[in-house]
Design a protein around this ligand. Structure first.
Ligand code: PAF
Length: 301
């Protein structure tokens, strides 16, 4: 595995790799969810590229940028042992040199739900992902379903900027008790870790209510609200449409149940998708394979 630190060297080497090229962007602190993306990229492409970059642009004031887990040697070994051909690990000053001033505006999609709680977060994500895509020029980009709104923002940004990369979204990888894998799970204390799977149970219960025919979002939400176990507390639990991430009322399908619970200051994020009546998953299915009506992304306001 070659390791490069600058956009220029990443582009020069990525251009020599046999195509198609699959690309897995990460912030390091790798877990089985990341490795499942790498394994899928590896299986579906002639070459696999990964990146490690803890992106300051997507962290707000008071968030965990400084303490975000970092362990480059371990991460690089894992990526190498999973067959990654090229690792791009830019230094922050090469990604954002003095004078850096441009960023993407991701519109109302980036301002809803998660974006309302983390202003600027999705603009930071979209900006870094587009920079990474320009450096690697991959055929396909691999993302995890756990960050469902992130996948929608990146799909919209790459569409708006006429970028040819396919966006592949893989299902959330979970612990045996249902907790979605996350680099932030390491922050959890013993009691918080024991209660953490109740978030998935709650989100699942809401999705099951909708799948069972409930069309009132208040009633569907109430199927999950009480299932969250202390010391976890709700930030939000919403049923949204999968393209604009706007709350649905009355409920229609397809939809996504999105939720965040606080465990102390740690935010645990999860979601469950609700396919349309045609069975098509609204996050996992590539846009080009969805029926035309669902594939048309919402217009910017
Ligand atoms: O999901 C993540 O780890 C990050 O948001 C990403 C896509 C690597 C951009 O920094």
């Amino acid at each position: 595995m070659q390791v490069v630190r600058t956009p220029g060297s990443a582009r020069a080497i990525a251009r020599t790799l046999p195509r198609p090229v699959g690309f897995v962007p990460t912030m390091g602190a790798l877990h089985e969810g990341h490795l499942a993306l790498v394994d899928r990229a590896k299986a579906e492409n002639a070459s696999t590229v990964a990146s490690i970059f803890v992106n300051p642009l997507q962290f707000g004031v008071g968030e965990d940028f400084a303490r975000y887990p970092r362990g480059f040697e371990r991460d690089a070994e894992l990526l190498s042992s999973h067959g990654v051909d090229l690792l791009y690990a830019p230094a922050p000053e090469r990604m954002y040199p003095p004078g850096f001033a441009s960023a993407l505006d991701v519109g109302s999609l980036g301002a809803r739900i998660e974006g309302e709680r983390r202003p600027g977060h999705f603009a930071g994500v979209a900006t870094v992902v587009v920079k990474l895509l320009h450096a690697i020029e991959p055929t396909s980009l691999y993302l995890g379903q756990k960050d469902a709104q992130q996948t929608a923002v990146i799909r919209a940004a790459t569409r708006d900027l006429d970028m040819a990369t396919n966006i592949v979204v893989a299902p959330t990888v979970r612990e045996a008790d249902g907790l979605a894998l996350s680099s932030r799970n390491g922050y959890l204390g013993t009691e918080e870790r024991a209660a953490a799977p109740s978030l998935y149970r709650a989100v699942r219960a809401v999705a099951d209510a909708v799948l069972g025919g409930e069309r009132d979002p208040r009633k569907a939400r109430s199927a999950g609200l009480d299932l969250l176990e202390p010391p976890l507390r709700w930030d939000y639990l919403e049923i949204v449409d999968p393209l604009a991430f706007a709350p649905l009322d009355p409920l229609t399908r397809p939809a996504v149940v999105v939720a965040v619970a606080f465990a102390g200051s740690t935010r645990l994020l999860d979601n469950v998708t609700i396919p349309g009546a045609d069975g098509i998953d609204p996050i996992l299915t590539p846009l080009r394979l969805r029926p035309l009506a669902a594939a048309v992304l919402p217009a910017r306001p």
